[in-house]
Design a protein around this ligand. Structure first.
Ligand SMILES: [Fe+2]
Length: 239
C-alpha cells in the first residue's frame, strides 16, 4: 500500500476505478473504448471464506479474519484501483513510461496477491489428510509422500524471517511436480499451476505465533483440505 500511496501523491493520473467502471457513454466517447475494456474493468470482488474460521486447528479466527480483511481484501481493492488507472492512462499519451511502469508493476504484484490468497483460503478447512491421485503422484515424484512433505516444509522454512510463498505446482512444461520458493507475489514458477500454496509473509502467522514460523507451518499442514488440492491437480494434468 505504501507504493500506491506514493503514486497517489504523484497526482499524474486523476481517474479512479469507480469513474472507470461506471463511465457513461459520454465519458467513453471522451476517453476511448479502452477505458471500458475488461482488462481495465477493476471489477474484482473479494471471495468469502469457504470454511468456518472458528473451526481451524491451531489457527485462530482473529488471524484468519485479519488476513482476509486486511491483506487479501486490501489487495483486491488495490488491484481494482490500479486497473482503473491503467484504463484512464490509455487516453493519456503523455504519461511518462516510468510512471506507467509503476502501474504495470503494481498490476502484476496485486494480481499475484489476489490469486494466491484466494487459493490459500480455498484450500483450508480440511483435516490435513492427503487423499487421491495427488498423494500417489507426490509419492512418485519425491520418493515418498513423507519425503515430499519434508521438502515442502523445508522450502517454506527457507522463507521464514523474510516473506513469500511456498508453492507446490504442476509444471506444464516439464510435466512434473515441484515445491517452488517464491519470494513475493510475482515470483511464481514459469508454466507452473499452483496446487498448494503456503503464505510465508509474517502477516499470515504473527498474530498467533509471533516469529515462530515452524509452528505456523505445522498448523497449516493440519488444516489442508486435500480434496481441493487433488481437484486442482486433476484439472492441471487434464489441460
Ligand atoms: Fe497473506
Amino acid at each position: 500500500m505504501t507504493n500506491l500511496s506514493r503514486r497517489d501523491a504523484l497526482g499524474s493520473i486523476a481517474l479512479g476505478v469507480a469513474a472507470t467502471a461506471a463511465a457513461p457513454v459520454e465519458a467513453v466517447a471522451q476517453t476511448g473504448p479502452a477505458a471500458m475494456a475488461p482488462a481495465f474493468s477493476g471489477g474484482h470482488k473479494p471471495k468469502p471464506l469457504g470454511f468456518d474460521p472458528t473451526k481451524l486447528t491451531g489457527i485462530s479466527e482473529k488471524l484468519i479474519r485479519s488476513h482476509w480483511e486486511n491483506n487479501y481484501q486490501g489487495s483486491v481493492k488495490a488491484l481494482n484501483m490500479v486497473e482503473g488507472r491503467l484504463g484512464a492512462a490509455m487516453a493519456d499519451r503523455d504519461l511518462p513510461p516510468v510512471i506507467y511502469g509503476d502501474l504495470k508493476r503494481e498490476e502484476l504484484h496485486r494480481t499475484g496477491s489476489v490469486i494466491l490468497h484466494e487459493l490459500y483460503f480455498e484450500q483450508l478447512g480440511g483435516n490435513g489428510q492427503a487423499v487421491g491421485a495427488i498423494r500417489d503422484a507426490l509419492a512418485r515424484s519425491h520418493g515418498s509422500f513423507e519425503a515430499w512433505e519434508a521438502e515442502f516444509r523445508r522450502t517454506a522454512m527457507a522463507l521464514a524471517g523474510g516473506s513469500g510463498w511456498c508453492i507446490l505446482a504442476y509444471n506444464h512444461y516439464t510435466k512434473s511436480l515441484h515445491n517452488y520458493w517464491a519470494w513475493d507475489h510475482t515470483n511464481g514458477p514459469i508454466t507452473g499451476v499452483p496446487l498448494l500454496v503456503l503464505d510465508m509473509y509474517e502477516h499470515a502467522f504473527a498474530i498467533d505465533y509471533g516469529a515462530a514460523a515452524a509452528k505456523y507451518v505445522d498448523a497449516f499442514m493440519h488444516n489442508i483440505d486435500w480434496a481441493v488440492v487433488n481437484a486442482r491437480f486433476g484439472a492441471a494434468i487434464a489441460t
